[in-house]
Write a protein that binds this ligand. Structure first.
Ligand SMILES: Cc1cc2nc3c(=O)[nH]c(=O)nc-3n(C[C@H](O)[C@H](O)[C@H](O)COP(=O)(O)OP(=O)(O)OC[C@H]3O[C@@H](n4cnc5c(N)ncnc54)[C@H](O)[C@@H]3O)c2cc1C
Length: 408
């Protein structure tokens, strides 16, 4: 407790998880001191809108969701461009890179992840190689793509797709290099992979599978000139966009007893093993009661809900996180949705798939013990609401209903 008897809540990370938590904390406790610390220079902005910024159809400033004024109005002490460098969980104190310290009664770690980088011979010091995670990344890539004559993207998941689609939107000849046999190789089957490949090629994107970036070459002044794949193919390009997954940002917990596995381990209430310390959003590896296993999300809505649930628990209102996550995205000139539990979390789910090439519809449903657990959709994705309701209901799905849900 602070000197006045009111509580202090400290939140590390002002993304959607951290900022949603701050909002709930303020509503739930008008007297609390709330400190929100983030190392980026912006208040909460919409990461999901970054692909539109990359395409040049949304101005960067339009992505800002919560103004600095909102924080002032709600008495949320916002510290931007401030890195939390250490936590003393015994004394309940957080330290920042400027040496400032903040005591807390409850702490939320909502630090997300940082993109894995392309580390290959020639990449060090070469300009033109970018991750795609922040608003600043996006502005930098946008400047570059507007002058680009040829681009390569690498990665087999949504971020690599968004980069590929963004580059081709600017009319830049783009080659997409995927290490696996297809896009989202754990989620889609061969038909799904073939269909995404068809959609990519239809808009002029060249695709390469079962290969990766083996090295890069640069001009004498350090600008990217080409990539060389591991199988020895050289592709001329001045822009390389990487979507190689995230490494969780758990550095600030070093030396603390907080349990970290792939992410920060929590129970279903988003409490870590250390009293008073919570985790939420992409960084939280939480106990998911819908599958009775630990799970990690990478979706905007779930991160926001995580923040709200963590805040409720920090306020003392015991609340379990239980939600069907979903991710929707364009897929070149089509659309895609991934709903519920994915095979990354539960690898041995029963899967049933239908593809109607003529109508451009792909549907893959995942079942656990006869109950619908997840779905991947391409093309007409309007069925997603019905699928989400079915997942939420946790009821047995009859064969007839299965066929109905699969009818494409
Ligand atoms: C380009 C792009 C497109 C996406 N599209 C979609 C989509 O269409 N649909 C969807 O559902 N999801 C999408 N996502 C994923 C979604 O944006 C994330 O799941 C969500 O933003 C995670 O929120 P978070 O608050 O957990 O973490 P983050 O948004 O990563 O926020 C964490 C913040 O903490 C800061 N931080 C980390 N460590 C420290 C520290 N030690 N001190 C201070 N600050 C720290 C970070 O810099 C960051 O600002 C997309 C992501 C990207 C990058």
């Amino acid at each position: 407790m602070g000197e006045t008897g009111s509580r202090t809540f400290v939140i590390i990370g002002n993304g959607v998880a951290g900022t949603s938590a701050a909002e709930v904390l303020r509503k739930g406790d008008p007297d609390a001191r709330i400190v929100l610390i983030g190392d980026e220079p912006h208040p909460l902005y919409n990461r999901v809108a970054l692909p539109k910024v990359l395409k040049g159809v949304t101005a960067p400033e339009r992505t800002i969701i919560k103004s600095v004024q909102w924080h002032l109005d709600n008495r949320v002490e916002l510290h931007l461009t401030t890195l939390v460098t250490g936590i003393d969980t015994a004394r309940r104190v957080v330290t920042t890179d400027s040496g400032e310290t903040f005591g807390y009664d409850a702490l939320l770690v909502a630090t997300g992840g940082t993109p894995n980088t392309v580390k290959v011979p020639g990449s060090d010091g070469t300009r033109g190689i970018y991750p795609f995670q922040t608003l600043e990344d996006t502005k930098t890539i946008l400047d570059r793509v507007r002058q680009s004559k040829g681009a390569v993207t690498t990665g087999g998941s949504f971020i690599a797709y968004e980069l590929t689609e963004g580059f081709r939107h600017h009319g830049v000849a783009t080659t997409w290099v995927i290490r696996g046999t297809r896009f989202l190789h754990r989620i889609l089957d061969e038909d799904g992979g073939r269909y995404v490949d068809h959609l990519a090629r239809a808009v002029g994107v060249e695709t390469i599978y079962e290969d990766s970036i083996g090295g890069v070459t640069a001009t004498t002044d350090g600008e990217l000139r080409s990539v060389v794949t591991s199988k020895g193919r050289e592709i001329e390009c001045d822009l390389l966009g990487a979507g190689l997954g995230l490494k969780m940002r758990v550095e600030c917990l070093a030396g603390t007893p907080v349990k970290v596995n792939r992410g920060i381990v929590t129970n279903e209430y988003l409490e870590t093993n250390v009293p008073g310390v919570y985790a939420a959003g992409d960084v939280a590896e939480f106990f998911d009661t819908s599958i009775n296993a630990y799970n990690q999300m990478g979706t905007w809505n779930s991160a926001g809900s995580h923040g709200k649930v963590a805040a409720a628990n920090m306020l003392g209102n015991r609340t379990e996180f239980r939600e069907v996550p979903y991710y929707t995205s364009t897929m070149f000139d089509s659309q895609m949705a991934a709903i519920g539990i994915m095979p990354e979390s539960v690898p041995d789910m029963e899967a049933v798939t239908r593809l109607n090439m003529d109508r451009g519809i792909y549907r893959r449903l995942f079942f656990i013990d006869g109950r619908l657990a997840g779905a991947a959709l391409i093309g007409d994705i309007r069925v997603r609401r019905e699928l989400m309701d079915t997942i939420r209901s946790q009821r047995q799905v009859s064969n007839a209903e299965r066929e109905n849900l699969l009818s494409v």
